[in-house]
Design a protein. Structure first.
Length: 483
């Protein structure tokens, strides 16, 4: 931070004036040095910023409209109709759910993290897990915020944020192995002038965060940012480190932080934000989801770099929800997927050698059909089971079953349990039943779920973990008959 001082000296000999000025400047410099050392922490450089008075809602700057983009028309698709689903037996009454116990003790770990794809990024699954734990007297909090804000399909437990001038780099499609990536399996690259504003208050508008830690990549050169707290004066923060792994801590002079505003003064790469609360939370449940992501992110990351996010406290349980996007490949390569999963879990164990591990296999998935099929008459006669139609409509169902079995086999080598969302839904073809349920549990794209669907899956997993989600082993799936 820049400190200026103007001595009120009149009619003083030049040499004495210069000596006095140097002496006073030296004293100020020494005082700043002593203050910096007093605030420094073993694991991070600490900056205590003067805060303002943030009382109202965070308002984002207005951006110029980019105009309406023209999207070329695609062939219209729709879910199969009742006649087609009846031909493959997809509308048969769903069986009772499988009582798949992952932990008979029901012990709730104090620090939990879940990495996954769009199912996790949607937010409802993790939110329901937190609600279930909260109902049992365990109020889990967020420790890390991934740098996935602003990505389509990602809902973070943030009251509000504003941003501009950032581009995301995703670990799962990186061409470089051993990539230094953020805790959410991505990094945000900001150009000079890029800004990120975060409202860190809870949903009731109360400030609870005592300090914020910024994690960044310090290569190839030192960067800097201007940061303010609660509308207070801006302070220039040098973002530099002895090696590539950078970390600074920010606190406020007047106590808790409501709104943090950051503006890059040079190209900057952000990896994560850690929230430290006034009262240490009894438990932590962090969720890191990116639409389109695959387990390949774990294969590509540098485990030595990634481990440094957890120097202070590691996770006791790690869940990995992947497989839907891997199963989208044509053809699905069993051997290739197995090799990738093995390498990914090897890296995971390098980072979390003793954590409990759960692999969450994908849910059931359906197939959309072109509307033009009705005009062309490409349907079998009613009452006959169509083998080719069954192979088409259950294509992803069969692939997801294979992925679950591979996760079981490979996961056992690394002490990981495997749990299938598809089995919890009722098996192959359940996607169509969940879509037709009341209320619908599956979205009409037959790939993603509705918020009630994600909540139901979270309840099933929590019950399998013995976390008293309110489901008993003999109860049916709870899905109403198709309309």
């Amino acid at each position: 931070m820049l400190c200026t001082w103007s001595p009120a000296v009149t009619k003083m000999p030049g040499i004495f004036h210069r000596r006095l000025t140097l002496a006073l400047l030296s004293a100020v410099t020494l005082q700043l040095f002593i203050t910096d050392v007093a605030l420094a922490e073993p694991s991070a450089r600490h900056f205590n910023l003067q805060s303002g008075q943030q009382t109202g809602e965070l308002r984002c700057p207005l951006k110029p409209s980019a105009g309406q983009r023209h999207t070329p028309p695609l062939e219209e698709l729709e879910p199969p109709d009742a006649e087609e689903l009846d031909q493959i037996g997809a509308l048969l009454s769903s069986p009772s759910r499988t009582a798949e116990r992952l932990d008979a003790s029901g012990t709730i770990p104090k620090r939990i993290a879940i990495w996954g794809d769009s199912h996790l990024a949607a937010g409802s699954f993790a939110a329901e897990m937190r609600r279930i734990l909260g109902a049992q007297g365990v109020r889990p909090r967020i420790a890390f915020l991934p740098m996935t804000m602003g990505r389509a399909g990602v809902i973070l437990p943030l009251r509000r944020f504003c941003m501009d001038g950032w581009k995301s780099e995703l670990a799962y499609n990186s061409r470089t192995p051993r990539v230094a990536t953020g805790i959410g399996m991505n990094a945000l690259h900001g150009e000079q002038g890029a800004y990120l504003w975060l409202d860190l208050r809870n949903q009731a508008g109360e400030a609870e965060v005592e300090s914020v830690e910024l994690f960044f990549n310090a290569n190839p050169s030192a960067a800097s940012a201007v940061i303010s707290v609660d509308g207070g004066p801006e302070a220039r923060i040098p973002l530099e480190a002895d090696d590539a792994f950078g970390r600074v801590s920010i606190s406020a002079t007047d106590g808790l932080i409501s709104v943090l505003k950051l503006r890059s003064q040079s190209p900057l790469t952000l990896h994560a934000i850690k929230l430290n609360y006034r009262e240490p939370p009894p438990a932590v449940l962090d969720a890191f989801g990116i639409p389109g992501a695959t387990m390949r992110a774990w294969q590509q990351l540098d485990p030595a770099y990634f481990s440094r996010y957890f120097d202070a406290a590691s996770y006791e349980m790690v869940m990995m929800e992947f497989g839907t996007n891997e199963g989208n490949a044509r053809p699905f390569d069993v051997a290739g997927y197995s090799q990738m999963l093995d390498a990914a879990l090897q890296n995971m164990r390098s980072v979390f050698p003793t954590a409990r591990c759960v692999l969450i296999a994908p849910g059931d998935r359906g197939v959309l059909l072109p509307k033009s099929r009705k005009k062309s008459g490409r349907r079998s006669a009613s009452g006959e089971r169509d083998g080719s139609l069954s192979a088409s409509l259950l294509r992803f169902s069969n692939i997801h079953e294979k992925i679950f079995h591979i996760q079981q086999r490979i996961g056992s080598r690394y002490g990981c349990s495997a749990w299938s969302m598809q089995s919890a839904m009722g098996g192959a073809g359940a996607a169509y039943r969940w879509m037709l349920a009341s209320p619908p549990l599956m979205a009409r794209d037959l790939t993603h779920f509705t918020p009630p669907g994600y909540q139901r899956l979270a309840q099933e997993l929590a019950d399998a973990l013995g976390w008293k989600a309110g489901l008993s082993a003999g109860t049916p799936s709870g899905i109403s008959e198709p309309r």
